[in-house]
Design a protein around this ligand. Structure first.
Ligand SMILES: NC(=O)c1ccc[n+]([C@@H]2O[C@H](COP(=O)([O-])OP(=O)(O)OC[C@H]3O[C@@H](n4cnc5c(N)ncnc54)[C@H](O)[C@@H]3O)[C@@H](O)[C@H]2O)c1
Length: 345
């Protein structure tokens, strides 16, 4: 078991890699605990939950909405939750996002923590204190920065994760390798079979390395005014693809990363060899590598994305594997690059 810390202006978060769901019983007072989970995770793990009331949301992205949030608030009202309550989200990224936001806003804020049950949640979504819901087709438009007091990453829970969800989590691990850790990239390339099967050693390495990368970046820039933007690598077009094609977050990020890598090559930053390495790894991990959305539709979606700043966007480029750079680029400059990048696929 290893622990990592985020010391943010919005609170301190302890992330326990190799922790266990049943630790909850020992570490929190049960009287005022309320659990938020989704139907899938509840069906699989309810018997291991501490004896506390449970609010259940529908599995999937549709719960990350004002309607999903209203259902959680209704549950909290019914349970007569007050500021003495501690809210624990047990689930994937959707449960973490909605729990963090509901807990941060109900009665102006309740204490909260997570047991991250999907790979994507363990390597990314549960860590860093960004909580939010989607609105009118915009990803994470309404949200808060607020650190969960703890995050438990229980590797045993990943054993029940469907293969497609494993791949989605792997996309975010690849992202971390590409922006900050060439050694992790080499490890993923050399150990694809273990990585895909989530062998214990591979899982521990991927989760621990990802948590180190994300917590280091968040400790340097909690509110995303500078360095934290690198964590959005692949997400500018990824979110657009996710919205338009309706595919999973992790799959869309894989497509977005490859588009961003090709654009980095066109800008003379990344070598074509490195871009090929990225494509090969994503293919080996059985992640999608082709974008079936037209450049015009993609750009239109990016324009509408919340990250837009007037006529330009902060775009995350790769200089090499393990090194990301953020540059502001106008839509006028981005349009021909995107067209060429998609034609190169
Ligand atoms: N807040 C952040 O910093 C941040 C970062 C990255 C992603 N995200 C968000 O995270 C979400 C994606 O997260 P996700 O991929 O975990 O999605 P998810 O929460 O929908 O989980 C994926 C599926 O796996 C199931 N599941 C979860 N744990 C399981 C387990 N142990 N066994 C079996 N099934 C299990 C869920 O019920 C769901 O059907 C997106 O909404 C994305 O925007 C947030």
């Amino acid at each position: 078991m290893k622990t990592y810390r985020i010391d943010g202006a919005t609170g301190t978060s302890t992330i326990v890699v190799g922790g266990r769901l049943d630790q909850l019983r020992q570490s929190l007072p049960l009287e005022r605990m309320i659990i938020i989970t989704d139907g899938n995770v509840r069906a699989l793990y309810e018997t291991a939950f501490p004896a506390a009331p449970v609010i259940t949301v529908e599995p999937g992205e549709s719960s990350k909405s004002l309607e999903g949030l209203a259902a959680v608030f209704d549950g909290l009202l019914e349970l007569e939750a007050d500021r003495s309550c501690f809210i624990v989200g047990i689930g994937g990224g959707v449960v973490c996002d909605i729990t963090g936001f509901a807990a941060s806003t109900f009665m102006r804020g309740l204490r909260f923590g997570f047991v991250a049950s999907s790979l994507l949640a363990q390597v990314d979504a549960s860590v860093g204190g960004k909580n939010g819901v989607n609105f009118r087709g915009y990803k994470n438009l309404i949200g808060t920065f607020n650190q969960p007091e703890f995050v438990i990453c229980d590797a045993d829970m990943l054993k029940t994760l469907p293969a497609k969800e494993v791949r989605c989590g792997l996309a975010e691990v690849v992202k971390h390798a590409l922006i900050r850790d060439a050694g992790l990239m080499a490890y993923l390339e050399a150990n694809v079979a273990d990585v895909v099967r989530l062998e214990p050693e591979a899982t521990e390495r991927m989760v621990a390395d990802s948590v180190v990368i994300k917590s280091t970046v968040v400790n340097a820039d909690e509110k995303e005014v500078g360095l934290r933007r690198i964590l959005n690598f692949g997400h500018t077009f990824g979110h657009a693809v996710e919205n338009i094609q309706g595919i999973s977050h992790g799959e869309a990020v894989a497509v977005g990363m490859l588009v961003a890598a090709e654009i980095s090559v066109l800008q003379g930053l990344l070598s074509a060899d490195d871009a090929r390495r990225i494509r090969r790894l994503l293919e080996c991990l059985e992640l999608p590598v082709r974008c079936s959305v037209s450049p015009a539709d993609l750009l239109d979606a990016v324009r509408k994305d919340k990250k837009r700043q007037s006529d330009a966007v902060h775009f995350v480029f790769l200089r090499r594997i393990g090194r990301a750079v953020v540059r502001k680029i106008s839509f006028e400059q981005l349009a021909p690059l995107l067209k060429k990048a998609l034609a190169a696929e």
